[in-house]
Structures are given as structure tokens and as C-alpha cells.
Design a protein around this ligand. Structure first.
Ligand code: CIR
Length: 261
């Protein structure tokens, strides 16, 4: 079973009402908290339908961005790594999720304080851990995480994420063990050598943050060309409305930690 796209469990966290003041790179409309909550429910239900057990943690009002649980930890089979999210308002999210990880995993590692890293900057394939340096993820984050993951058979691949991209995975997602859906901007870095790339169609860069779970590729609604491209390439595609997450720079991958037990 490919460990990069087959999962038995996810951990998610309900969006807080304070999500309306979530971080965003450009000023814009606040998300509607009630609509966010219903879109989040639909997201969890769709993932349940793909045969996954869903653990939903309570909302944390003190952390407006804590629904984006992917940034606070990296989860693999048998082990989890608590991160230090790189934005100051998110720094405590790792500590907040640690008790859950201690219950769910045999081994839990914690990155040292000087190593900042958002899980959104990490793309795991079966063999590689792509780690994008960004405003949130520093050199120490890269080296500490790749050292830990090397114990589990992953090769760390350091990527300089282009400045215009918030998180590495804002611009890419794994379609299967060897194929990455990526924006032309990220693909142009040459980071994905050895992998097949499908590029997001023109004007649809925001579609790149897909997740593949047990044979279903989840994509955000509103990207017809991408949906057509992936369907024609033979993938089973399900689209989900992520309009409210998008208002605070979030997408599909950010709202779950996916792993197998
Ligand atoms: C942030 O800026 O941290 C949040 N508003 C969005 C985080 C999205 N997470 C992700 O792409 N992994």
C-alpha cells in the first residue's frame, strides 16, 4: 500500500469563531464562521466516505488559524512530529495538539524551538520528504525534520519556495506515488526531479492544493479545467467548497493530518 496516498485515519480541528481574524497575505473579506463550519463538516464527511476514521478536536478560540491543523504536526505511520508553526499567532498550536498525538502515536518528536516549520511546507511521497523553505519554515526546521524523517526511510529534499507562495503545498499536491499536481511556478524550480508533473491549467493555480486519499482526489470547487484534466488523466475526482478557508489562505490539505495506523 503506498504510504503517501493510503490512510486509515485523519485528525482535524473544528474551526473557531475567531477564524474570522485568521492570517491572510492580502486584505480581503473575512470568512463567515458559520459557513466555514458547514464546509468543514462536508469536508470531514467526504473523507469519511473514503473509508477513513475521523478524529475531530474541539475548536481553539485563542488560535484563529488552528483549523489548519496540518501546520502544527507531521504524522506518519507510528510517529508524529510536533512542529513550531512560524507565524507568531500560531506558535502555540504545536503544544496544543501534542496531548492528542501522545495518545494516538507510539513515538512523538518535538522540533526544538529554533526550528520553525509549518506542515503546509512538507509534501511526503513514499520515499521523499519535500520541505519548502518559506516565511514560516527555516533552515533549522528543514534539517531537524529531515533528520527525524530519515529514521523512517524518507529522504529530505530541500526546496526554496518562490517568495510569492505562502506554503510549499499551496502550490502542489500528490496525485499518486509518482505524480505531483503543481503550479507552473513551483514546477519551474526543478524541485520535483524524478517525478511526473501535471501542471495546473492557466488561471487555476489555486487548484494545486489537492489531497489524494485512498484513490479519491479531492479538489476545491471552481476549477473546471483542473477537474477535467485530472479526470481525463484517470483520477477519481471529488470537488469540495473551500470558499471560506480560501479567504484566510487555507485549502484542502491544511485541514487534516492524514496517516495510517
Ligand atoms: C496561515 O496563514 O497560517 C493560515 N491563515 C492559513 C494556513 C494554511 N495552511 C496550509 O496551507 N497548510
Amino acid at each position: 500500500m503506498p504510504r503517501s496516498t493510503e490512510f486509515s485515519h485523519i485528525i482535524a480541528r473544528k474551526p473557531s469563531k475567531s477564524v474570522t481574524s485568521g492570517l491572510r497575505a492580502h486584505d480581503g473579506t473575512d470568512p463567515d464562521a458559520a459557513l466555514f463550519a458547514s464546509q468543514h463538516e462536508a469536508y470531514l464527511e467526504a473523507i469519511r466516505q473514503s473509508g477513513v476514521e475521523v478524529l475531530v478536536l474541539p475548536a481553539l478560540e485563542e488560535f484563529p488559524d488552528s483549523v489548519f491543523v496540518e501546520d502544527a504536526a507531521i504524522c506518519i505511520q507510528g510517529a508524529a512530529i510536533v512542529t513550531n508553526p512560524g507565524a507568531s499567532t500560531r506558535a502555540g498550536e504545536g503544544l496544543a495538539i501534542k496531548p492528542t498525538l501522545d495518545t494516538e502515536f507510539d513515538q512523538v518528536f518535538t522540533l526544538p524551538a529554533e526550528a520553525t516549520l509549518d506542515g503546509g511546507d512538507v509534501l511526503l511521497t513514499d520515499t521523499d520528504a519535500f520541505i519548502g523553505l518559506s516565511e514560516r519554515t527555516n533552515e533549522a526546521g528543514y534539517s531537524e525534520l529531515s533528520n527525524i524523517l530519515s529514521q523512517f526511510g524518507y529522504s529530505g529534499r530541500r526546496v526554496n519556495t518562490p517568495k510569492s507562495i505562502l506554503h510549499f503545498k499551496s502550490d502542489c499536491g500528490l496525485l499518486d506515488s509518482n505524480t505531483i499536481f503543481a503550479t507552473p511556478a513551483l514546477a519551474a524550480t526543478g524541485a520535483f526531479e524524478g517525478y511526473k508533473i501535471l501542471a495546473t491549467p492557466e488561471g487555476e493555480s489555486a487548484a494545486a492544493n489537492i489531497i489524494c486519499i485512498n484513490g479519491t482526489v479531492f479538489i476545491s470547487e471552481g476549477f473546471p479545467q483542473s477537474q477535467k484534466l485530472l479526470t481525463q488523466a484517470g483520477y477519481k475526482v471529488v470537488s469540495l467548497n473551500t470558499s471560506e478557508a480560501a479567504k484566510v489562505d487555507g485549502g484542502l490539505s491544511c485541514m487534516s493530518l492524514r496517516f495510517s495506523q
